[in-house]
Ligand binder design. Structure first.
Ligand code: ADP
Ligand code: MG
Length: 752
């Protein structure tokens, strides 16, 4: 199924936002810093370089330099980033590749601004609205032999739970207040065909930019209510908007092939350290869980960039599993790392840059997804073809009736067609009416015959009506389905005129050019350093010494940089270890507390029972109870426990104590069956031979003494209760053999 298979790295771009008002005010008294007024970040857009200056560094300390695929300084426009970096990715998605764009960075550095921007201002629209526009415009401009089906899904990961933001239940009108409606959490599944996916995720077919925007708005409404403070919430959940573009196009073999491209648009939660925000206790634990995704993401990036460690911990969080294909798998990926220029966030900015720098080395293997089994477009096409066949069949029958020779059902469904169909219907009905009238007027027919013929015509009319109704339904369904498919160059009106189109193309070309220029510049820079020294020839010893000293100085500075870097990394490592230890201590304390409760308040037996039933589900990262009924028998009656077997001769289970008490004629509560006394059998119960051995009982033994009425009653009762027993026999128990009707006084001996 793979057509184009090659390896490429994750594209990493850096974007720095302008200073905000607060930061500007703070920087008012500051003289010019290396990174502009009040800033510590210096960017060279032409070279794709970022230099970060340490605000607390010693004078003369060099800045830290990083090189990326491209960098965008505070003056850059949304459009620049889109045209240069995102546009090629979206084009690939339309060609059937998987694509991912994710924004990473500290809270408040412009992740959401980059991904969404300001929808109402075309200049400030972010990646997502521009991508919507792009997808539908490209479809409308593609050749007419292509059919497209576009679907969208929207989810968020909040506290390690996946929530469907387009869940119809969340948006149903009967839900009075979405604020109180609980989110349904979804599970992750994996299939060889489509990789990791979210089970039961709502997916909506979209026909236009407007529709897909509405979906996004709908999802955002539900999203914004998770927490009281919108800002708080936005920094605590990751959102993913997924667009699936299925395209059917004729292949070289003349058959239709389907390509499926999936585009993930991810807005991550803020990457800052929770410890820095000074949260403790419950909040810290919550934060640990929220941050789990991000630290797992960092680990995945490190493991992939490293290339040496075989194990990539995708399974450590929901986010990394969802991005599994995007990081080191079948996808083209762009990471936008966002920075703030203010000195107070030096540490975070450095961490972000380091992350981004590492991510550059991740190798992906994108390929075109051709003819996957689960393509929805194929199902749509099949269904439409079937409906079309049905309709043309019906049309054919209609024509047959009419005996006219027109071509088959054209399926256009336009106004003219509808009018034609309506006319045809009227015509047929009119003809039947006429025929009925003719029969009524016909004097040569007998009254009986007339009635029969009229009835027949009536039935024909009924049939005709039914058929028309069915056809109408089919047509409506056909139209609904067909309208969902977008045909290249047809469905969407392209409002842009030629001039605008050329402008767009020019812009693309420029973006492409500057990208290439930058790549070449970066290459030249690297080569310069290597080759310069080789070419040098020295005319005198003195000159050589000078040159070598210069080189030495340069190398020494480089060495210092690397040393400082090592120190930094070590510091950071120690810091993060301390944080982890702190979290661990907290959790251990919590665990000890829980253990204390368990040890002291839960009986050992109960505890063991629970422990035996627990199993760990790695898929969901949770402990679960195994069902009481084994899985193979869990059918219709899975919830039912099997009834315990009854003791021999009894209908229902009965305890030994109860059995003995019953035999001894003790309290009536032990009578488990035939509790009612029914005087049916009035014959003297002498013929009853129960299983007692008179020889052991004694010569004066009378089993049914007439002077003792209650005893007699009991005997009769017992006898009746035995009446449904197949064979009267002794009931053996582990301690005694008791005959049922044995008189209480005889029991001790009988039992021996
Ligand atoms: P995040 O999603 O990373 O937490 P936001 O996207 O919400 O951050 O950005 C925080 C603020 O900074 C917003 O008010 C936004 O308008 C502003 N901002 C971010 N990036 C830029 C930019 N490149 N140009 C202008 N304003 C920006
Ligand atoms: Mg945000």
């Amino acid at each position: 199924m793979s057509k184009v298979k090659s390896s490429e790295t994750v594209k990493v771009v850096i974007r720095c936002r302008p200073l905000n008002r607060k930061e500007e005010a703070a920087a008012a008294g500051v003289t010019r810093t290396p990174g502009g007024v009040g800033g510590i970040v210096e960017m060279d857009m032409r070279l794709g370089q970022v230099v970060l200056w340490n605000p607390h560094g010693l004078p003369g300390e060099p800045g830290k330099t990083f090189t990326f695929d491209s960098v965008y300084d505070p003056s850059s426009k949304q459009r620049d980033l889109y045209d240069e970096t995102v546009r090629p990715l979206i084009d690939s998605v339309l060609d059937g590749f998987n694509g991912t764009i994710f924004a990473y960075g500290q809270t408040g550095t412009g992740k959401t601004y980059t991904m969404q921007g300001v929808w109402l201002e075309p200049e400030r629209r972010g990646v997502i609205p521009n991508a919507f526009e792009h997808v539908f415009t490209q479809i409308s401009r593609s050749s007419a032999d292509r059919q497209y089906l576009v679907r969208a899904s929207y989810l968020e990961i909040y506290r390690e739970e996946i929530r469907d933001l387009l869940d119809p239940n969340m948006h149903a009108p009967h839900v009075p207040n979405v604020h109180t409606h609980t989110h349904r959490t979804l599970e992750l599944r994996e299939s060889p065909e489509s990789g990791v996916y979210v089970r039961d995720l709502t997916s909506c077919v979209c026909k236009s930019v407007k529709e897909i925007q509405e979906l996004m708005n709908l999802g955002n409404q539900v999203r914004s209510v998770g927490a009281t403070d919108m800002n708080e919430h936005s920094s605590r959940s990751h959102t993913l908007f997924l667009i699936t573009v299925e395209c059917s196009l004729p292949g070289p073999d003349g058959r239709q092939h389907i390509r499926v491209g999936r585009l993930n648009l991810v807005d991550l939660a803020g990457s800052e350290r929770q410890a820095k925000t000074g949260v403790h206790g419950e909040r810290l634990k919550e934060a640990a869980k929220i941050n789990l995704s991000l630290s797992a993401l960092g680990n995945v990036i490190s493991a992939l960039a490293d290339g040496r460690s075989g194990h990539v911990p995708y399974r450590d969080s929901k986010l990394t599993r969802l991005l599994q294909d995007s990081l080191g798998g079948n996808a083209k990926t762009v990471m936008v790392a966002t920075l703030g220029p203010a000195p107070q966030h030096y540490e975070e900015t450095l961490t972000t840059l380091r992350y981004a720098n590492r991510a550059k080395n991740i190798q992906n293997q994108p390929r075109v997804n051709e003819d996957p089994k689960d393509a929805l477009l194929r199902e749509f096409q099949k269904e439409i073809a079937w409906l079309r066949a049905q309709l043309s069949h019906r049309e054919g029958r209609g024509k047959h009736r009419k005996e006219e020779g027109e071509e088959g059902w054209d399926g256009e469904g336009d106004e003219e067609g509808e009018e034609k169909v309506e006319k045809e219907r009227m015509l047929q009905e009119g003809r039947l009416e006429e025929e009925k009238e003719a029969i009524r007027e016909d004097g040569s027919l007998l009254a009986e015959e007339k009635q029969r013929l009229l009835g027949e015509k009536e039935r024909m009319m009924g049939d005709l009506k039914k058929e028309w109704d069915a056809t109408e339904q089919l047509t409506a369904k056909y139209k609904a389905m067909e309208s969902k498919l977008l045909v290249g160059g047809k469905n969407i009106m392209d409002h842009t005129n030629e001039q605008q189109k050329t402008l767009e193309i020019r812009r693309q070309e420029i973006a492409e050019q500057s990208r290439r220029e930058r790549e070449i510049q970066q290459q030249v820079m690297v080569q310069d350093e290597e080759t310069l020294e080789l070419k040098e020839t020295f005319s005198s010893l003195q000159q050589e010494v000078e040159a070598k000293t210069k080189k030495l100085k340069k190398l020494y500075a480089k060495l210092q940089c690397v040393k400082a870097e090592i120190q930094d990394v070590n510091d950071e490592h120690v810091r993060s270890r301390q944080e982890l230890e702190q979290t661990q201590n907290q959790l251990t304390r919590e665990l000890k507390f829980k253990y204390l409760i368990i040890e002291n308040f839960i009986p050992l037996e109960e505890k063991n029972k629970i422990m035996n039933r627990l199993t760990f589900d790695p898929e969901e990262d949770q402990w679960k109870f195994t069902p009481l009924v084994p899985a193979e028998r869990s059918g219709q009656f899975s919830q039912m426990k099997k009834r315990p077997a009854s003791a021999v001769g009894y209908k229902r289970p009965i305890s030994q104590y109860a059995r003995v008490s019953l035999a001894m004629g003790a309290h009536s509560r032990y009578r488990a069956e035939n509790i009612m006394f029914l005087e049916l059998d009035m014959t003297h119960p002498t013929n009853v031979s129960l299983d007692h051995r008179p020889s052991e009982v004694g010569p004066n033994y009378n089993p049914y003494p007439t002077d003792n009425v209650p005893h007699r009653e009991r005997a009769a009762r017992v006898r009746m209760s035995r009446s449904w027993c197949q064979t009267p026999r002794a009931i053996t128990s582990s301690t005694s053999t008791v005959s049922l009707a044995t008189h209480s006084t005889a029991t001790p001996t009988a039992a021996q």
